[in-house]
Write a protein of this length. Structure first.
Length: 298
């Protein structure tokens, strides 16, 4: 398996494709953004004039797209990629989409004789660049076994969550929890700062106490507390607020479908949606810190 077709060279997909190139794979990519293709070629990749051309003679296909509608449009229908991909070609979709969409595309792939896994990722842009992503996989064990050499180039941890769509379920559960932790951390930090505490000192206290969590450990939302995180770079890079809003929307859809109670997830989605509507949708999700800063000053 040496020829890879890669669709979607965004903040996550671009570094993932580059890591495959560095590992010796021949990667032919397509993206709607010309500059993304140019940058990929500069780093040793090959470009294709269309998605169908990118996968025409591939041994495996990897896609990383923004939402369910993009994945369904890419693969399904008379002009979808499943009509262009040769039977037996492995497909890995690393987009974060609705579980039902993942199941729908996987069923169509199975009918076309194409083994497919949904493999959304966790780890952010930094993990994509470093090749340390976590892949959360749904699909058949045999397809996952075939995919592991590729996943191990792009990531550090691989979990098999279950059948088709299970990877998406696990991913939206993880991101819902992440959003709750980040929002709670930002709220607590702002309360401390408003009462005269140094955010760095408070962060260390909570990190070593029962309030310790991932945000405090590696992704502190308060500017200047931690180096090399978006909060210390005007919240640039990282995981965008609008993407968190999308993922929380998927979580709420799943909750409704299964009659699950998710009051914390629902509240956090409302906070992130309000934050986005204030014009912050294009910056990192840890910028929810500024929501509490502005609220406290009003």
């Amino acid at each position: 398996m040496k020829k890879i077709g890669f669709i979607g060279l965004g903040n996550m997909g671009g570094p993932m494709a580059v890591n495959l190139v560095k590992a010796g794979y021949v990667v032919t990519a397509f993206d709607l953004v010309e500059s993304a293709l140019e940058q990929f070629v500069e780093q040793g990749g090959q470009r294709a004039p269309s998605a169908a051309d990118a996968v025409s003679d591939a041994d495996a296909v990897v896609s990383m797209l923004p939402a369910s509608k993009h994945v369904e449009a890419l693969y399904l229908g008379d002009e979808g990629l499943l009509s262009a991909i040769q039977p037996g070609t492995l497909v890995i979709d690393s987009s974060t989409i609705a579980p039902e969409s993942a199941k729908k595309v996987a069923a169509a792939a199975e009918s076309a004789g194409v083994p497919m896994i949904d493999a959304p990722v966790s780890g952010g842009v930094g993990g994509a660049i470093a090749g340390t992503l976590t892949f959360i996989v749904g699909g058949e064990e045999a397809a996952l076994t075939s995919a592991k050499p590729l996943l191990e180039v792009m990531g550090k941890n691989i979990f098999h969550a279950g059948a088709a769509g299970a990877g998406q379920v696990a991913k939206i559960c993880n991101n819902m929890l992440l959003s709750v932790l980040m929002t709670g951390t930002a709220e607590a930090l702002q309360l401390g700062v408003n009462n005269g505490l140094d955010p760095a000192v408070l962060s260390e206290v909570m990190r070593k106490s029962s309030g310790g969590n991932w945000a405090l450990e590696v992704y502190n939302p308060y500017p200047g507390v931690m180096e090399n995180v978006p909060s210390s770079n005007a919240y640039q890079g990282g995981f965008l607020v609008d993407l968190m809003v999308k993922d929380l929307g998927l979580a709420m859809e799943s909750a409704l479908a299964t009659q699950s109670s998710t009051p914390m997830g629902s509240l956090t989605r409302s906070l992130y949606l309000a934050h986005s509507k204030k014009g912050h949708g294009g910056i990192d999700f840890s910028s929810i810190q500024t929501y509490f800063q502005s609220s406290d000053k009003s």
